[in-house]
Design a protein. Sequence first.
Length: 201
Amino acid sequence: MLRLYDYLPSGNGYKCRLALAELGLPYERIELDIVAGETRTDAFLNKNPNGKIPALELDDGRVLAESNAILWYLAEDTALLPGEAYDRADVLRWMFFEQYSHEPFIATSRFILEHLPADSPRRDELPAKQEPGHAALSVMERHLTDHAFFVTDEFSIADIALYAYTHVAPDGGFDLKPYSAVRAWLERVAARPLHVAITEG
Ligand SMILES: N[C@@H](CCC(=O)N[C@@H](CS)C(=O)NCC(=O)O)C(=O)O
């Protein structure tokens, strides 16, 4: 059975849980407390030398790290990944956007506010993350104003990659009120029949 090394509050881990739920794939979830350093043990570093969840262990023992690589692996030959070359590249476009222009500002603000002590010096990083975080939300808003989903007319792993941290953006201090198209898209994703919440293990 697939084994997912995970941390329940993690949006990166949640991306994998969302895809596994959409695809109806059974898996074993191994919870690692990232704040307590459980991803930095020798045993885990032998699985992912980068010391981060999520990591997906296959039946044959191979391990795949990086949330968006895991999404790609799970989605191959399913409705979550389009077949046409341009559309597949467009999925990658949005997943690279998520990692470079969205996650470093929106996800990390949530991590600092929700998982670090109130007196953490990392709180000083928060103001500088506001402008680029809102820039990412504005890019999404512009695209979603005339698209139901990010790539083609269908839900794909591009939507999963972007949903994970966008739906909890307010936890990081990002008000979603000005982004009506983003909010409508969040509702469309959450209404999918096999959708699971980030709190569901
Ligand atoms: N680019 C990676 C980021 C993974 C990541 O940042 N994981 C965090 C939790 S969301 C983690 O495991 N941190 C623990 C650590 O760095 O020790 C991905 O998309 O999977």
